[in-house]
Design a protein. Sequence first.
Length: 326
Amino acid sequence: MTPVRNEAWILERFLQCASTWADYIVIADQQSTDGSREIARRFEKVVLVDNPHDAYDEGARQQLLIQTARELPVQGQCILIALDADEMFSANWMESKEWQQLLSAPPGTVLYFQWANIGPNVSCAWIDPSYKPFGFVDDGSPHRGRPIHSPRVPVPEDAPALYFHEIKVLHYQYADWARMRSKQRWYQVWEALHHPEKRPVTIFRQYHHMEAAIRQAGPVRSEWLAGYEALGIDMRSIPKASHYYWDEEVLKLLVEHGPERFRKLNIWDQDWGTLAARQGLSYNGQLRDPRTPFEKTIHAWLRATQGISHKLPVRAVQKLLQLFGW
């Protein structure tokens, strides 16, 4: 079960990988304009449905995906797997004994996996130590989602859990670092608009975690890719773009609300004026970086301390920054 909006850069790879293990691939497309729908239609296992909403709402799209999956003519028990288009099971599912454990898990079981975050140009990777609920052996339980950072599948209270240690979820979000930064800028703006009570420092720490994590990255393990590559699936090339649709979404919000509202967010590494001109928008110089030298210094300090934000001196400075509205 996969939500899609302008994921042509990775969608074919995802569908090739998912087709090796899935009986059905439910794609909920949210008004893609980059050819994603045409790519999806080429795969016989894909069930393509429309997500007609303009707003970003993870809970609503998950309900659509789950409802569609539950209506499919599945023989035997139904196992729901929720992956984004930039996520794939590691190829070692093909020989791991854990796969049989997944197939034989009783109804109501929540399936937990770790992300193996793939670094820029598939040159490195790091494993997220936490386990996340990517799957559910369906028993009809209701799903209670949230608009953002929502669990993707039902997680009933006291449900049995199965944790997978060999099979990872390959997370390609960081393989295109520029695209990832574009998406994180959008997340920050969304947070500022929908949770104005959230401190700028908190938003920074939440959406720059990868800056510290990548310093601990190691090589991409061959068993994560080899099985797919043996089938002729390209697991390594990463297409690049001059800008990303997330930038266009942020630009609309900057024009609508004005840059002053977002001055304490670390989104000013993009030249919004140049992007506005490219989009044919009139901005009259109002999209320049509004930060003061002091605010730029704070962002530089936050970047430098991203990996040590738990240490007492850093926490003390952050408390002090709160007195200045940070």
